[in-house]
Ligand binder design. Structure first.
Ligand code: M6R
Length: 595
């Protein structure tokens, strides 16, 4: 949520900043801006809209020859998207960009800045005015003074006209990395600068970094010097390339089989767990995540409970952290997150650790905060996911949960060995079955044509089918803006069925053969009240609906992996026909780093 980029000592700062912003646009895209320090003066350009709009604005600017600068792409929290609210913000000789929320901005204004006129509606602007207020002749001291007063989450990059050779960065509960290459660099996300650096430092909370042209010094908020050792990182030569696809989302749906194959291959036969994941048979597992990752947790619960006979609680991270969770040393907590930076999931991880739980994370980004802070990391191998709506990372997370379920069942001796061998074999073949499921796209296009103008839809399912329905509903609503709800199929008759009328769209996910008859009854109930039902089912489970999408048979516990494919494609094609901005849906961001 919001992307920060900074550089110092580079040949030309503007292209470096723009390149970084383009790479981090997935973090927020309602406005963007840069500030560079050139010939002793800070020049700022910012613009509502995408980075492309900023680039256009920059074409008209002259005199942007600079070696040091900062940039920002925004996801609005305080103040609507506008040129005024876009970052950078300036006061006196200081200009800064910010990611996070300064929770006590109103109190600080009242206490220190009563007479200061603000130009924006942001919480951020207070921070830059405080810098100006506390500054006499030492930038670092003004920064330390200011950040000691701020409450909430903040990653900052600051430049000052009096110190043209230094870039200042701060991290508190919002991600920020810094690195050295041909110059020094700062970014919210390693992948934005990885190609430019040979040395990377992940900043920790409560740290200030001072970036000179070719070296970096670190301090705590009391200005005591800190010695840090560089972190490992992978050079990411990935370029945002849609291949032959019109959108990243479609490309990523098609990359799902590969994401599953790589994740399974990395762990199934490697005994990695045996070496590192020492967990005694627990009294309960917790799975904690947000959004689609939470939906994979709903699948994980059923897989784990079936295989280990140990109860599993699945919690949304934003609730978990404030619910005084009953976790302890005997209740491992599994955190699932594609980005590894989701603020609520990270806070949940820290809460679990504080309460003595062993933590396992399923994460797609190796250098992320969640990966680095958990006791054991299972890295999904989905590769960079650009579309805001997750597809291949979701598929890889499911594979990771299957792997963990099998591992725990083996470790605790809770499942039949032959059954586990069968599952392992099925898991190595899963990518092929998911690939075959993609064969439904032409049928999906026809259905999408019929559904493109609907204004609401219900997704229903039983057991694993409910977990798939929850994800299907989220997928369609987030990219097409159609109002969608997901229900356990048996729950419809307890209230929601009153909303069913002639032509209402219901998508039924039939993942479990043994529950097909029960789901059929629920389908019949809504059809007899006028609903038009589209059923997703596997080849061996016949179901009667207005339209049926059949996917290949797979091990019963893995059914969501194949059945989600048509629903992802359906969401994509409906959104496309409606002319929606599929890869960057309104109001959303890929990495949600605020509460
Ligand atoms: O990076 P994370 O997996 O922690 O993100 C969690 C959710 O924000 C994410 O899954 C979100 O729901 C997706 N946009 C859904 O497609």
């Amino acid at each position: 949520m919001c992307g920060i980029i900074g550089c110092n000592g580079v040949e030309a700062a503007v292209p470096v900043l723009i390149n970084g912003l383009e790479r981090m646009e997935y973090r927020g895209y309602d406005s963007s801006g840069i500030a560079v320090l050139s010939q002793g003066k800070i020049i700022t350009e910012k613009k509502k809209g995408r980075v492309a709009a900023l680039v256009k604005r920059l074409e008209q600017s002259t005199n942007l020859d600079a070696q040091i600068g900062i940039g920002h792409t925004r996801w609005a929290t305080h103040g609507k998207p506008s040129d005024e609210n876009a970052h950078p913000h300036q006061s006196g000789k200081f200009t800064l960009v910010h990611n996070g929320i300064i929770e006590n901005h109103a109190e600080l204004k009242e206490q220190y800045l009563k007479l200061t006129k603000t130009k924006s509606d942001t919480d951020t602007e207070i921070a830059v005015h405080l810098l100006n207020r506390f500054y006499s002749d030492n930038c670092l001291e003004a920064i330390a003074h200011t950040v000691r007063l701020l409450k909430g989450s903040f990653a900052l990059a600051v430049i000052c006209e009096d110190e043209p050779d230094r870039l200042f960065c701060v991290r508190q509960a919002s991600p920020l990395v810094v690195g050295i290459g041909d110059g020094t660099f700062a970014a919210s996300d390693t992948s934005a600068i990885s190609e430019k650096i040979h040395t990377l430092y992940r900043m920790n909370d409560g740290e200030i970094a001072v970036l000179s042209k070719d070296s970096i010094e670190f301090f705590d908020f009391g200005l005591n010097k800190i010695t840090k050792t560089p972190d490992e990182f992978e050079k990411n030569s990935y370029t945002a390339d849609k291949g032959n696809c019109e959108h990243f989302m479609l490309k990523e749906i098609y990359e799902q089989p590969e994401a599953i194959r790589k994740t399974v291959d990395a762990y199934l036969n490697e005994n990695v767990f045996d070496l590192q994941l020492k967990i005694e048979k627990p009294e309960r597992f917790y799975i904690v995540a947000c959004g689609s990752a939470y939906h994979t947790g709903l699948v994980g619960r059923q897989v784990f409970e079936r295989l280990t006979k140990i109860p599993v609680s699945v919690e949304t991270a934003s609730e978990f952290r404030y619910s005084r969770p009953l976790v302890n040393g005997n209740t491992p907590v599994i955190i699932i997150s594609q980005s590894g930076e989701t603020a609520d999931s990270l806070a949940a991880l820290r809460e679990a650790k504080k309460r003595g739980a062993k933590t396992v994370s399923i994460v797609n980004v190796k250098e992320s905060s969640i990966a680095s802070e958990s006791d054991f990391v299972l890295l999904t191998k989905a590769g960079p996911e650009i579309a805001v709506a997750t597809t291949k990372a979701y598929g890889a997370q499911l594979a990771a949960l299957y792997l963990l379920g099998i591992y725990f069942a083996e470790a605790f001796g809770t499942a039949d060995k032959n059954e586990l061998e069968k599952m392992k074999k099925a898991l190595t073949e899963l990518h092929k079955t998911v690939s075959a499921a993609l064969g439904c796209e032409e049928l999906i296009k026809e259905i999408a044509q019929r559904l493109k103008d609907i204004d609401r839809a219900y997704f229903i399912g039983r057991g694993l089918g409910f977990a798939a329905a929850a994800e299907g509903s989220l997928k369609l609503k987030e990219i097409s803006y159609i109002h969608c709800e997901a229900y356990a199929a048996g729950e419809m008759k307890h209230g929601t069925i009153s909303l069913i009328e002639k032509g209402t769209t219901v998508v039924a996910m039939n993942t479990q053969k043994e529950l097909t008859h029960k789901l059929q009854s629920n389908i019949d109930e809504v059809r007899s009240r006028g609903a038009r039902v589209i059923a997703v089912t596997s080849a061996e489970s016949k179901i009667d609906a207005d339209e049926t999408i059949t996917v290949p048979e797979v091990h019963p516990l893995f059914a969501v992996s194949t059945q989600i494919v048509p629903v992802q494609l359906l969401s994509y094609h409906i959104a496309r026909l409606r002319g929606c901005d599929i890869d960057k849906p309104r109001n959303l961001a890929k990495s949600v780093t605020v509460e």
